[in-house]
Design a protein around this ligand. Structure first.
Ligand code: SF4
Length: 369
């Protein structure tokens, strides 16, 4: 049955109603973490922070894929881009991410063949169009985008394309949240879970938050009202004192997730320890291409010799602490001075979903240190 769109006045009244409920439910200082970079931006754009009582703090988590991709990965991509037969295919926001000594945008400006694609299958198509090139697709992201990268690998394999490879470093969200709760110093009373990720994984992989750590979590959609509803549900759960994993994005997320997407992930990738920018190595928090598809894994078939001089982060950059909710962006001494969206020093300032970029765009100068 078609649903009627709410008028602006109806949305405003609903938001005010939710804000009153939230204010009533906050009885002590609380910190909730929105894990996903899309939520961070939606929270700013909707003005949600201004609606919340001062005792309720929202902190951003490690859910921006560009932000958590380590400098070593960018270095590898840069070095591949310098090989004359290679065409690098990447999502656009990866191009500006600084590595230890260059970025893909700088290499493109210097003549490297670096192309922006909107889907991994676009990269497969490029391999068909340019048989004289080896197309390397930069497969980064979370459970959200990893199934599409896996589908590209299966498609290229079935098509017998000899010149399609991926530089694969997809990451998994649940182990990162476990890392945050396992003594990173992050204080969090509840999580707003990323709706896109949960649409693939379902709720079960996040069950440990409530069972092992007693921390509730709620899957949230991306409209302002979705987020306010999820915050209210989290607060109700905290007030009830029996932590659960809730779902306030039922129009998209099923409890069991997307079985087809999970199946292709399982077919192509296997879990592996993975390095997160500024955070370090997190056990079984990444995916690597399985042996059966290793022919399409750039790191396996075109290994790069080790080099000295790689750097985990630029001097002074505190992305790692920002990504773990340990500091607010404005507490980084480079924020808004040496580091701006036009001249990013760290990865969190590059992507539109980066925490530092969102704080700069929507709140620079207004947020307290
Ligand atoms: Fe890194 Fe820039 Fe954010 Fe500082 S403001 S943490 S340098 S991205």
């Amino acid at each position: 049955m078609p649903t009627r769109k709410l008028t602006v006045d109806e949305i405003r009244r609903a938001a005010e109603h939710l804000a009153r409920d939230i204010e009533r439910l906050v009885r002590r200082p609380l910190r909730l973490m929105e894990v996903c970079g899309t939520h961070t931006v939606a929270i700013f754009r909707s003005g949600i922070r201004e609606l919340l009582p001062p005792e309720l703090e929202l902190v951003s988590g490690p859910g921006c894929p560009v932000c958590v991709t380590p400098a070593e990965y960018i270095d590898q991509a840069v070095r591949y881009s310098r090989q004359p037969d290679v065409l690098i295919a990447s999502f656009g926001d990866m191009l500006r991410v600084p590595g230890s000594f260059s970025s893909l945008l700088a290499e493109k400006a210097a003549g490297a063949d670096v192309r922006v694609v909107y889907s991994p299958l676009d990269a497969v198509q490029l391999a068909g169009e340019y048989p004289g090139k080896t197309v390397i697709f930069l497969a980064v992201g979370f459970e959200t985008t990893a199934p599409a990268a896996a589908a590209a690998i299966v498609t290229a394999e079935r098509a017998g394309l000899p010149n399609f490879l991926t530089l694969s470093a997809p990451k998994l969200v649940p182990p990162a949240l476990k890392h945050l709760l396992d003594g990173s110093g992050t204080q969090v009373d509840g999580f707003l879970l990323p709706g896109h990720v949960c649409a693939v994984t379902g709720l079960e992989p996040f069950g440990f938050l409530a069972v092992e750590y007693g921390v509730p979590a709620v899957v949230a959609g991306f409209e302002g009202l979705d987020i306010l509803q999820a915050i209210r549900a989290l607060l109700e759960n905290l007030a009830a004192g029996s932590p659960e994993i809730g779902n306030q994005y039922g129009r998209v997320v099923r409890a069991a997730g997307n079985p087809e997407a999970c199946h292709i992930l399982e077919e192509v990738y296997e879990p592996v320890d993975s390095r997160w920018r500024g955070i370090g190595d997190i056990p079984v928090s990444g995916l690597k291409v399985r042996e059966s598809y290793r022919r399409l894994d750039a790191a396996a078939v075109r290994p790069l010799p080790a080099i000295a001089g790689t750097k985990a982060a630029a001097d002074g950059c505190r992305c790692g602490q920002v990504l773990q909710g340990l500091i607010r962006p404005a507490q980084c001494p480079l924020f808004g001075r040496q580091c701006t969206p036009e001249r990013p020093v760290g990865a969190c300032m590059v992507s539109g979903e980066g925490t530092c970029a969102a704080w700069y765009k929507y709140g620079a100068g207004r947020w307290q240190q």
